[in-house]
Design a protein around this ligand. Structure first.
Ligand SMILES: [Mg+2]
Length: 134
């Protein structure tokens, strides 16, 4: 049984700067704080897998492996499959929930919903202000 600790780390917006999708061959510049964490974990013997939706398409894998190599990381496993092996997920979209409780950890009002179009968000705000249950 593999007892090595394993962390899943998202690519776009977590390990690599990301504003908008520019195709499978474009990956943004590395984010230093997260790169340092990943390198430290690897030096401590922690297994790190790149957990990214890009893994949907096998044609995207070569660009990811090249990006890792260009930025001083080894050829890490790339996956979009959540397995019990992965003990932690680092992701710019993640919201942590207390196990078996449903309580959100942290301040939800600080969550950056920049992916929600302003018009859609405005519609929700308008519905809320009108007392419509959403
Ligand atoms: Mg992301």
């Amino acid at each position: 049984m593999d007892r090595q600790v394993c962390y899943g780390v998202d690519l776009d917006g977590t390990l690599a700067h990301h504003d908008e999708w520019k195709g499978g061959n474009f990956i943004g510049k590395p984010i230093p704080k997260m790169m340092e964490k990943v390198k430290k974990w690897l030096s401590e013997g922690i297994k790190v897998v790149i957990f990214t939706a890009r893994a949907d398409d096998p044609d995207n894998l070569e660009a990811i492996i090249d990006w890792l190599d260009d930025n001083g990381l080894p050829e890490l496993e790339v996956t979009n499959i959540k397995t019990p092996e992965i003990k932690r997920f680092y992701d710019d979209r993640a919201i942590q929930v207390v196990k078996n409780e449903g309580t959100i950890i942290g301040d939800e009002s600080l969550i950056n919903d920049s992916h929600v179009e302003v018009s859609a968000q405005q519609k929700l705000d308008d519905m809320y202000n009108q007392g419509i249950k959403i």
